[in-house]
Design a protein around this ligand. Structure first.
Ligand code: NDP
Ligand code: MG
Length: 383
């Protein structure tokens, strides 16, 4: 049986890697739907190569351009933010790979979960802000959620060594990013180019900045809470600059099971597609003898205040993760536009959290309100 795949955000770092993985998998897997936001040139190329029946351009102003680039295309082209939901709900789709960036992917993941699809999730922000709603929707509709995020793929793989109630700890590893050893002042004034030069992973700009603040790890703590149904008190973060041990699970008897691999997203992307099977793929294999040593250390929670906030926000739950994530998305955009200093990103997030009264449980409407409020608040503060 051919597995039919939709890639939401096919022009990004994860999206393009996913297409390489699927191309190499060959028979048995078919790309049936693709989406991009603005990069219609690359999207048109992908359409020519993979021949999906459905294409979405989420930036409505760019839909016409795609049509002009593909005069002979016989499939359906749709546009606007809501077009992602339409792709996620297609009867023609079995697996939805979510590779868009930010909360913009929320509607589509909820829709795919509601239709009982297999969800291969890279787009972590919806899980962070609506983890309860998403996991409940998935459960009620027999949807399967498989993580693409390398740490969570590692935990998911390690979890198979025991049962959920035998887990005593989840240990998320973190590279530490480009400022792992930087001084506080150097970090505060870091340039865009410095923040974008990640030592081990090659990723899109937003998550690369998140790795530099360690906000990415903070989001991943909350992501793990929802994916694995564990309390935040069972989650630890360990700095591991080599990015080879992708994460670990400690069981009650003291046994620690880790998953290792080269720092290459193709492996977790492929596993989320072929699970429960494993097949030969395009990721290079580890040469541990050439690495010599692997190192681990405690993160500096004072210099990386985002990480400390991440643990606090995960404990608070309710509307706190929504504000935490939205403030970060807005602040990172301001930083990448050259309007604020690197150090102000986390200051703005902390300010937003201070001004927000946490609601213990939130409906989808309240969640969207809190998200909009945090973005406006960052805008007001930056001026
Ligand atoms: P990129 O910025 O490289 O790609 C983002 C994709 O989403 C592009 O296809 C882009 O289209 C599209 N997009 C941008 N804005 C919107 C929007 N408002 N609505 C719909 N689509 C949009 O990001 P990454 O691939 O790096 O990351 C994608 C997600 O995966 C993120 O949530 C990230 O946290 C997560 N992730 C990424 C990892 C990585 O290695 N890159 C690792 C683990 C998780 P266009 O190109 O046309 O602008
Ligand atoms: Mg990760």
């Amino acid at each position: 049986m051919v597995r039919r795949i939709a890639i939401l955000g096919s022009t990004g770092s994860i999206g393009t890697s996913a297409l390489r993985v699927i191309e190499a998998l060959g028979e048995g897997f078919k790309v049936v739907a693709l989406s991009a936001h603005s990069n219609v040139e690359l999207l048109a190329e992908q359409v020519g190569r993979f021949g999906p029946g459905f294409v979405a351009v989420t930036n409505a102003e760019k839909v016409g351009e795609l049509g002009e680039l593909l005069p002979d295309y016989r499939g359906r082209i749709i546009g606007g933010p809501e077009s992602l939901v339409e792709l996620a709900e297609l009867d023609e789709v079995d697996i939805v790979i979510t590779a868009v960036v930010g909360a913009a992917g929320l509607g589509a993941v909820l829709a795919a979960a509601g239709r009982g699809k297999r969800l291969a999730i890279a787009n972590k922000e919806p899980l962070v802000i609506a983890g309860k709603l998403l996991t409940e929707t998935a459960k009620a509709n027999n949807a399967t959620i498989l993580p693409i995020d390398s740490e969570h793929s590692a935990v998911f793989q390690a979890m198979q060594a025991g049962s959920r109630d035998e887990v005593s700890k989840i240990i998320l590893t973190a590279s530490g990013g480009p400022f792992r050893t930087a001084g506080a002042e150097e970090m505060h004034n870091a340039t865009i180019a410095e923040a974008l030069s990640h030592p081990t992973w090659n990723m899109g700009p937003k998550i690369t900045v998140d790795s530099a603040t360690m906000m990415n790890k903070a989001l991943e703590i909350i992501e793990a809470v929802w994916l694995f149904g564990v309390s935040v008190d069972k989650i630890d973060v360990l700095v591991h600059p080599e990015s080879v041990v992708h994460s670990m699970v400690e069981f009650v008897d003291g046994s620690v099971v880790a998953q290792l691999g080269t720092p290459d997203m193709c492996l977790p992307i492929q596993y989320a597609i072929t699970y429960p099977e494993r097949v030969e793929g395009i990721s290079s294999h580890l040469q541990l003898d050439q690495l010599g040593s692997l190192t681990f250390g405690k993160p500096d929670m004072e210099r990386f205040r985002a990480l400390k906030l991440g643990f606090e926000v995960a404990r608070l739950g309710g509307s706190a993760p929504v504000v935490f994530n939205a403030a970060n998305e807005a602040a990172v955009a301001q930083f990448l536009a050259g309007r604020i200093k690197f150090g102000q990103i986390v200051e703005l997030i902390a300010d937003c959290l201070d001004r927000h009264t946490v609601r213990p449980s939130v409906s989808l409407e309240e969640l969207l309100d809190a998200d909009a409020w945090a973005r406006e608040e960052v805008g007001r503060r930056v001026g």
